[in-house]
Design a protein around this ligand. Structure first.
Ligand SMILES: O=P(O)(O)O[C@@H]1C[C@H](O)[C@@H](CO)O1
Ligand SMILES: Nc1nc2[nH]cnc2c(=O)[nH]1
Length: 270
């Protein structure tokens, strides 16, 4: 491919259409890329797409890797270091997540202001093992994992586009693949998490370690039950259904973000 991406986008469950925004695109199947894991989850196509979005060279992971697929944290986050080596400066992560916050509705968007890397805290951190100094320091800080300027820009864009169902909140990564019990949901909420999912935090840790600027979006695809009296249960098809419904909205938001960031060299360059 002739594209030299400055921005990488990871598409969450059912959000692969974000990659369709790229023009003059070149696609590579994960199975054709050395050392890349394969996508095994419905809603994760398994293609790396290079192209231009609003004049900026981007690379898009149409399908991400999850630990519940049997991968070690370092394997799940392998593409992030590939992006770094390709010259990427900004990582945009998206995911489908369940709401723990009382005021989030299904279909809402949460701009991620911080995360709880529950697996990382419990010894499943992608940076465990010999540190590769070429990428970053042994003890990287994570106090500002999600770029404040990019968060603010996203809030401004949402206002301008007339999106009202947008929050800023905290994402908690668990391993899955099962969805939460009521007791687990209460526990995670009491920790301060607004949304829970099975990805993202590990990717963000590796991205920050190697100096990428990060912006994250969760699409709230379901309400996580925090009360035994609440009826119904979530399944992956429902998650994909909500993603499909809201994908165009997320595509517009991500496109505007990239147009604005790349129109302002100070946000893109370090
Ligand atoms: O890749 P993401 O985090 O968007 O996927 C979420 C978590 C599970 O993989 C799946 C559950 O429906 O959606
Ligand atoms: N862990 C978890 N991941 C999700 N991904 C989408 N919805 C959910 C959820 O309710 N829980």
């Amino acid at each position: 491919t002739r594209h030299r991406p400055k921005v990488a986008i990871i598409c969450g469950s059912g959000l692969g259409v974000l990659a369709d925004a790229l023009q003059h695109s070149d696609s590579f199947k994960y199975s054709d890329i050395p050392n890349f894991p394969q996508s095994t989850v419905q809603g994760h196509a398994g293609q790396l797409v290079f192209g231009e979005l609003r004049g900026t060279a981007c690379v898009c992971m149409k399908g991400r890797f999850h630990m519940y697929e049997g991968h070690q944290p370092a394997k799940v986050t392998f593409p992030i270091r590939v992006f770094k080596l390709l010259g990427v400066k900004i990582l945009i992560v998206t995911n489908a997540a369940g709401s723990l916050a009382d005021d989030y509705k299904t279909g809402d968007v949460m701009i991620i202001k911080d995360h709880i890397n529950l697996l990382g805290l419990a010894g499943q951190n992608p940076l465990i093992g010999p540190n590769i100094e070429q990428f970053g320091p042994r003890f990287p800080p994570m106090t500002s994992a999600y770029d404040k300027d990019l968060c603010k820009l996203a809030m401004d864009i949402c206002k301008r586009l007339g999106y009202t169902c947008v929050h800023k909140g905290i994402y908690c990564m668990v391993s899955g693949p099962n969805f939460e019990t009521v007791a687990e949901a209460r526990f995670l909420h009491s920790l301060g998490a607004d949304a829970v999912g099975m990805s993202t935090a590990a990717e963000v840790v590796v991205a920050k370690h190697c100096g990428l600027r990060v912006f994250g979006l969760s699409l709230i695809t379901n309400q996580v039950k925090k009360d035994y009296s609440e009826k119904g249960s979530v399944n992956h098809d429902d998650v994909l259904g909500v993603s499909k419904m809201r994908a165009e909205m997320l595509k517009a938001l991500v496109s505007e973000m990239i147009a604005e960031v790349c129109g302002c060299a100070c946000l893109l360059l370090d």
